[in-house]
Design a protein around this ligand. Sequence first.
Ligand code: XMP
Length: 194
Amino acid sequence: MMEDSSLISHEAYGAEIAGVLIPRHRIAVRLDELARRIIEAYPDGELTILAALTGSLVFLSDLIRRLPLRLRLDVVRVSSYPHQATASREPSVLIASSGDLPGRHVLIIDDILDTGRTLGLIRGLVLAAGAASVRTCVLLSKRRDDLPGRMAADFTGFDIDDQFVVGYGLDYGDLYRNLPDVCLLRDLAGRAGR
Ligand code: XMP
């Protein structure tokens, strides 16, 4: 589902937010669809979710409550955007998963796919740990025509243009995660995330 980038203005967010890119009701509808597809992909009903902190937390909590599966939850913390950078850097693991991955069907959840380095790193760790299967799920996927070979997620909520987004778990300088919608920042609106 490609997202158009026409902004809905939202006065409650104040001057720093340029507008809402994806409103909460559209996220909710899309999560219902994503959940249906994920349930179909795991006919045995067993699933281990490995969530990348911190940006995926809101997406994660809304998604897993739509998944009536025998579900285990694990987390990993990977740094990719140090401090207030809007450019993706080489990620490194800050907090490792609990390690209960061998033989599990693992679904990695992240907030957004940009260069693919973060998901690629986590995917490699899960495969090396001996998981039975590995799939990936992101709320947002940035269009990166400049990276033709970039990995794709198995499940994607919304495809968006290459712009820096906040809200619904995503941050800038650790702020804005609590906004209920996916938004664009005023001073970064229209600027590529590099
Ligand atoms: P890569 O390049 O590794 O980047 O695919 C994915 C990670 O980078 C962060 N990221 C963002 N965070 N707004 C954010 O708040 C964005 O527009 C954005 N783009 C990338 C995010 O942590 C993700 O896990």
